[in-house]
Structures are given as C-alpha cells and as structure tokens.
Write a protein that binds this ligand. Structure first.
Ligand SMILES: Cc1cc2nc3c(=O)[nH]c(=O)nc-3n(C[C@H](O)[C@H](O)[C@H](O)COP(=O)(O)OP(=O)(O)OC[C@H]3O[C@@H](n4cnc5c(N)ncnc54)[C@H](O)[C@@H]3O)c2cc1C
Length: 358
C-alpha cells in the first residue's frame, strides 16, 4: 500500500457522473491541480439503466461543461447515447480519471484529507487539501427485506424487456420506472401484473403519457393491476401478496400470485458512508449532507458536495442533472476565492447568456 506524504493534491473529486465530470472540466480549465477517482466506469449510474431508456430531461438540460448535445431527431437521449456524450466530453477536455478505483475511506487530517482507495492494483492512499464528493444518490436498491428477495428470478434492476418474453412477470412499484418497465415488457410479449401498495399509482408523479398508456392497457384487460397489495415473500413460483389497508400490510389476507420473474422497482438509496466517516452531519430520513447551499461546502471545512449526493436518498427528485449544474459554479467560486469566471453554460447553444448558473 502506497502511503506517501508526496501523494498530496489540491482538490480530489470523487465520482465521475455528469456533475463530477463537469467539475473536473472546470478545474482543468482553471489550472487547479486535482485528482479524479471513480468507483466504476465513467457514468456508472447510466450503465445499469434499462436498455434504450430515454431521459425525461431534454438534451440541452443535461449537456455539461459547455459542450452542446445534438441528436438526429431532436429528441431526448437514451442512457447509452449519454454515455457516448460523456466519453466525448472527457476526450475533448483530455480529463484524466482514475476509473475502477472506489474511495473506501475518507478522513480529515491536518491540512486536508486522507483518502484510501482499493482498485485491481490494491490499496492506495492519497492526500488532498479539499475534497468534493459527487457520488450520486442511487448507489443501491431500496430493499424490501422480505424472504426470497435474492432469488435468481427476482431483480431490482430492469435491463431488457426481451428477458421476459412469454413469461409471467410481476412488477412491484407505482412510479415512472415501474410503470415504464411494466408497459415495455407487456409490449415485448410478457404477461404482466403490477402490484403497488397504494390504492392507485402515484398519478401526480408519473409522466402523463405513461399514465394514459397504463390506464388504457389496464382498462382493456391486457395487463393486471393489483392495487393496495405488497409482496411479503417470494418463492420460486409465486409472489405472496398481502392486502394493504391505510398503509398497513394485512398479513392475514394473502394471495399466492404466480410469477416466473419479479421486478422490484422500489427505488434506490444513496450511500452516505464517506460523508459520515468524514464527520458530515446527515440530516433527515434521506441522510442529506449538511452544507452551505451558496458554496456547497459541508459542515466539515474543505469538504464539498456536488450533484445528486447533496440530496442523500431523495424521496421526491428535486436534485437532478439540470438543477445540479450550478453546484459546479458555486464550488469553483469557493475554491478560487472569487466569482468563478468560467464560460460554461448549462443548456447548450439555445440557452440565454450570460452564465445562467447565477
Ligand atoms: C431510469 C432513470 C431515469 C432518469 N432520468 C433522468 C432525467 O431525465 N434527468 C435527470 O437529470 N436525471 C435523471 N435520472 C437521474 C440521473 O441518473 C441523475 O440525475 C444523475 O446521474 C446525477 O448525476 P451525478 O453526477 O450527481 O451522480 P451519478 O451520475 O450517480 O454519479 C456518481 C458517481 O460517483 C461514483 N461513486 C460513488 N461512490 C463512489 C466512491 N466511494 N468512490 C468513487 N466513486 C464513487 C459512482 O460510481 C458514479 O459514477 C434518471 C435516473 C434513472 C434511474
């Protein structure tokens, strides 16, 4: 393990999602020495999106570092297309990212922070005067903690509708991801049922087009909707569904629903361990890191948060790419000690100037 006092750098950015990359481009352009560490490949969060899933956000809102996004049909990007774009931004700015090197430990030391990483090559130790955690808010699934959740035909990740062709699929959830998965799999030839613990899907949070499509398909009897139900156990052949009344699971009213596959689209949780290790106060049920919204500096001096990590586990998404661009300008201003004069603008060619980070 290398633990050398010469491993100091000025700033370390942890996470190479869109916001970490946008910040790295700003640091590079400003000539501030930095190190960039990423646990997996670039844009890891987008690598597990279902194939051919499109953004809700329009292209100009997810463009980063002043590099516009053009598409053939002027439509929203898929996750795959966005990964291509992120690679282009990195190549364009010649950003150096240490990939597949997760930070496992972060602790304040005199003059800065010590970071311990583990990669294929073993453990490494780095020192940094400032650290920015751009580690995202979707590190793992929101588990139900029910028996059978880890059986091989049960998954928290929807990858491809093709997998469920001519199979009985039970989808659990009532928001966009669950409804989109259910509809796509039904169209791909699966026999689909959707179980949701509330009496209805979350209409106010579901995209209108998806909602209408879902209503039509259910009304026509092509897909089964099982409202006010929740799985309490999954067996190799069934999901055991309990009735839910006033938010309470009634374990006395159980149905054995046959299913070849079960998709638990029950959301994702953030991993806030690095914040906690470093002494950041985590607030509320979502464990959002305490920080100054003007500078994004946490209650630990020198430690900053950027992007969706600032919301911890978000119940309702208020922090996403387009609302997080401004973090870059705020952090750069704090690091430079004066209003950052970067020329980026978040929205591509058609966004008003000057800098809308303000
Ligand atoms: C199906 C789906 C659709 C979505 N649609 C939209 C949309 O339309 N618009 C939108 O803005 N957002 C959308 N999102 C959310 C989007 O994924 C996030 O807004 C975006 O990824 C946030 O960017 P980020 O850079 O803050 O974090 P992330 O992209 O999550 O990046 C965080 C990075 O940090 C890395 N990391 C974490 N821990 C460590 C560690 N210890 N050491 C090193 N690296 C670490 C991760 O590997 C990851 O690459 C959607 C999400 C899903 C699942």
């Amino acid at each position: 393990m290398a633990d050398s006092p010469y491993n100091w750098t000025e700033v370390t950015v942890v996470g190479a999602g869109p916001i970490g990359i946008e910040l790295a481009a700003a640091l590079k352009q400003s000539g501030i020495p930095y190190r960039h560490l990423e646990a997996g490949p670039v844009g890891q969060t987008f690598t597990w999106w279902p194939h051919n899933t499109t953004f809700f956000s329009t292209p100009e809102r997810i463009a980063i570092a002043g590099v516009p996004i053009q598409t053939v049909q002027q439509q929203n990007l898929t996750g795959e297309a966005y990964l291509v774009y992120l690679r282009q931004v990195i190549q364009y700015y010649q950003l150096k990212i240490q990939l597949y090197e997760p930070v496992e430990q972060l602790e304040p030391v005199p003059g800065g922070f010590r970071l311990r990483t583990r990669s294929h090559g073993g453990e490494q130790v780095y020192y940094s005067r400032k650290v920015v955690l751009a580690t995202g808010g979707m590190a793992g699934p929101n588990r139900l903690d029910i028996p059978g959740e880890d059986l091989p035909h049960v998954s928290h990740y929807f990858r491809d509708p093709h997998d469920y062709f001519q199979q009985r699929l039970l989808v659990v959830g009532g928001r966009n991801s669950a409804i989109e998965a259910a509809l796509r799999c039904w169209r791909a030839g699966a026999e689909v049922a959707l179980s949701y613990r509330r009496p209805d899907i979350q209409r106010e949070r579901v995209k209108p087009a998806l909602r209408d499509d879902f209503d039509t398909v259910v009304r026509e009897g092509r897909m089964t909707f099982l409202p006010a139900t929740a799985p309490v156990e999954i067996t190799p052949r069934h999901a055991v569904l309990a009735q839910v009344q006033d938010g309470q699971v009634d374990a006395g009213r159980l149905t054995h629903y046959p299913a070849d596959f079960v998709l638990l689209m029950t959301g994702y949780t953030a991993d806030m361990r690095l914040f906690a290790q470093a002494g950041v106060q985590l607030v509320g049920a979502g464990q959002a890191p305490q920080h100054d919204p003007a500078s994004m500096e946490t209650n630990v001096p020198g430690l900053y948060v950027a992007g969706t990590a600032a919301g911890g586990t978000q119940k309702q998404f208020t922090i996403f790419i387009e609302t997080a661009h401004a973090d870059v300008a705020r952090i750069m201003t704090a690091l430079c000690g004066q209003q950052w004069q970067g020329s980026y603008f978040a929205g591509g060619a058609n966004r008003p100037k000057p800098n809308p980070y303000e």
